[in-house]
Design a protein around this ligand. Structure first.
Ligand SMILES: *[C@@H]1O[C@H](CO)[C@@H](O)[C@H](O)[C@H]1NC(C)=O
Ligand SMILES: *[C@@H]1O[C@H](CO)[C@@H](O)[C@H](O)[C@H]1NC(C)=O
Length: 380
């Protein structure tokens, strides 16, 4: 018996050496199936969230005071935060909860001012940790869209380093598991914006974050009404503005694959066609289609298609779906394009996916299909 046991032990060592040596048959950390929850939604309380479909749900959003950089939580928000974390932790199965700080609409200059000095970073970090613990959250997420130049990108790196240090210290003192720390980032690691080159500080990000949420959507929209577009295209034969390019750019820049989470939109973007007979991706347009700023939730897209007898097409080249009826045109993802993207992310060895936002789905159709497509605890 002892001999056998020893042999078994030896074989494990050999196996471990082989697998870590080749670096491709290692068990990866559990998949992330994230989703942001819009706290302003009046029709979608935390109790309505189907927790069997997600591993992490983000409360969107909180912002600190723009002068002190501390979080000042009004009573109504406190009630919501507590309800969110308590409800999602008590559900079967429970999910992890994170507070997302920021949002696309938040003033990015406010983050820039906060991150520019050690003193204000410290106030912000300590206040964020305090709020997360007070309301029973498992982690924090930063959604700064986005640092505008190399200096702000450098400050972002300092912020993450000091934030992680503070989280470790707090966990040691309180003997609680450390808070998770994640960030919502641009789809690509580097980009030109208003002629200015920016690149995320990958080294401090990979050392101090649990993972990044790459926002792989909004490649086309109301800012260009001259042509239709697949706003979350997996591939774009004509440009680098695509999910496949963006995700690979993070990996090329040194972000470990298991720290990259792919963003998926549960909404479409619409245009008004110039000529209803020219109705493909990249067709001439003269304005926006239905929806506020040309945005329809996936549930609204499904309804629009039904009500208007729209033609629905899956585009193999971009891996996206579009529909049109008369001069209205919608580019979006359905269960098929979403599943294809998930296969792509799995093949790339990524950690998982997240949705913006879970309340936009149509009776959980896409969330359910996505969750089925990516079994948790999968071995590679
Ligand atoms: C802070 O927010 C207030 C209220 O929105 C605004 O009036 C003020 O200009 C902001 N201050 C700074 C420094 O941005
Ligand atoms: C895409 O990016 C690569 C480098 O990653 C560059 O060589 C190429 O020119 C870019 N293509 C376009 C169309 O911008």
């Amino acid at each position: 018996m002892a001999g056998l046991k020893f042999m078994y032990f030896l074989s494990i060592i050999v196996l471990l050496t082989i697998t870590t040596g080749s670096g491709c048959i290692m068990a990866s950390p559990p998949a992330v199936k994230g989703a942001y929850w819009p706290s302003w939604s009046e029709t979608f309380p935390p109790s309505a969230i189907d927790t069997s479909l997600f591993s992490h749900v983000y409360y969107a959003f909180l912002m600190p005071n723009n002068v002190t950089f501390k979080f000042e939580i009004p009573d109504s928000t406190a009630v919501l935060l507590l309800d969110f974390s308590t409800t999602l932790h008590r559900k079967k199965p429970p999910v992890k909860t994170l507070i997302s700080i920021g949002d696309g609409g938040a003033n990015p200059r406010q983050f820039a001012r906060m991150a520019s000095e050690a003193k204000s970073r410290k106030v912000f970090i300590n206040s964020a940790i305090e709020v997360a613990r007070k309301f029973g959250f498992d982690g924090l997420d930063l959604d700064w869209e986005s640092p505008k130049d190399p200096k702000e990108m450098e400050d972002l790196g300092y912020l993450f380093k000091e934030w992680r240090d503070a989280i470790q210290k707090e966990a040691k003192t309180t003997k609680k598991p450390p808070l998770l720390l994640t960030a919502a980032v641009y789809f690509s690691v580097e980009f030109l914006w208003f002629e200015k080159y920016r690149k995320y500080p990958v080294a401090p990000m990979k050392e101090n974050l649990d993972w990044i949420n790459a926002m792989c959507y909004d490649y086309h929209g109301y800012w260009d009404t001259t042509v239709t577009g697949a706003h979350a295209a997996l591939y774009d034969p004509k440009s680098n503005i695509s999910t496949s390019y963006g995700l690979k750019s993070w990996i090329r820049a040194g972000m470990p694959r298991h720290m990259v989470v792919m963003g998926l939109p549960l909404y479409g973007r619409t245009w008004k066609l110039k000529d209803p007979n020219l109705n493909g991706i990249g067709a001439p347009a003269v304005g926006l289609g239905p929806g506020d700023e040309g945005v329809l939730t996936f549930a609204e897209v499904v309804k629009f298609n039904e009500d208007n007898g729209a033609t629905v097409l899956y585009d193999v080249e971009t891996v996206s779906t579009y529909s049109y009826a008369g001069s209205s045109w919608i580019g979006y993802d359905d269960t098929l394009s979403t599943t294809t993207k998930i296969r792509f992310a799995q093949a790339l060895g990524l950690r998982g996916y997240f949705f913006w936002t879970l309340s936009y789905d149509d009776e959980w159709k896409i969330s359910m299909q996505a969750s089925r497509a990516w079994p948790i605890d999968e071995l590679y």
